[in-house]
Design a protein around this ligand. Sequence first.
Ligand SMILES: [Zn+2]
Length: 258
Amino acid sequence: MISFPYQTQTAIEFAVDLFRQSKHVVVLTGAGISTPSGIPDFRSTGTGLWSSDEPMEVASLSTFRTAPERFFDWFRPLASQIFDAQPNSVHSALTGLENAGHIDSIITQNIDNLHQKAGSKNVIEMHGTMQTLTCTHCYQQAKTEHYLASFVEKGEIPHCPICDQILKPDVILFGEQLPQTAWFKAQRAARQCDLMLVAGSSLEVLPVAGLPMQALDQGAHLLIINNTQTYLNVRADVAILEDVAVIIPAIVERVLNG
Ligand SMILES: [Zn+2]
């Protein structure tokens, strides 16, 4: 087992106790748990592929509607990187907790399907998924895997098999509303939990960033593990400002094996 500095070790013990005392745990995950799988953080500027353009502008619904080829040009180098990514130790640890009955659901801001690839079942995707595409004209849905190779290799923009209009990835773009069903489910989960774990999210994107506040308002405990501060660290029972990929497996190991 890894040994941690005294302060971190104490925080880990406290987190383990919270898990043991809680009956309804909900986890909220963000980009920080996917970076160890090689997916660059959408919002850290100046790093990796995301810096080539301004995501807020090019990954917006209005750009998609007015100049879809610009959106697809920007998305092309990212598509297979996200689609082919593999889950890491955080995803596996959370799946282990879910399988052992310690987690009710995982609310995620990620679009990479990595929780499901790791075997998690009850995943609420707040920002959609890259697994499917939907026709902008007739709403026919299609699987991304059928279009990925020709798009990545030749830059062919995916078109609807029924009406030949452009297919839009089922990810929530800037300026686009959150999927209503997912949003209602997430709010219910936040209000009914007695512990919320925020993992790898800096809680900057509304409305999802407000979910831990809803949990706190209902008397839930809050545990935040993220390598940067969030607006709720001051309200958390425990906030660990460290690498999720190190801390979460250490906590889960203790919760599952005593
Ligand atoms: Zn169509």
